[in-house]
Design a protein around this ligand. Sequence first.
Ligand SMILES: [Zn+2]
Length: 144
Amino acid sequence: MVDCEFCKIVAGDAPSSVVYQNDRTLAMMTLRPMIRGHILVIPKKHAASLSEMEYKTGGELFEAGMKIAEALRASEIESEGINFWLADGEAAGQEVFHVHLHVLPRSETDEVRLEGPRLDLDRSEMDSDAEIIKEQLNENKHEF
Ligand SMILES: [Zn+2]
């Protein structure tokens, strides 16, 4: 078995504050919240990255995230808005290598910042990048 902090939680071998689970996904309060109500949704089956995970599982993570977003918005935890955030790879800020979808309640006045610089591209550059990605989609080798 992989030595994985999230797999230990799924197995019941590490403590967590679970908010939701079904056969394939689990949602819990994160240990290092950026804001009150910060939740992580994970697949129960280990996958270090998106490339190791079934497409269907991605849909299930998103569905669980939507349920949690609804619950947060209806709860007393401040959540005027919600961000979903998923870091795939170290360069994207992934720190735990078991896929996890962050669900972040937001308010107009919070200190959470995910914004970065914006590029100023013209249409031909956008079209060119769209072609590069479309070409790769046609050769998709996702094995699950
Ligand atoms: Zn794991």
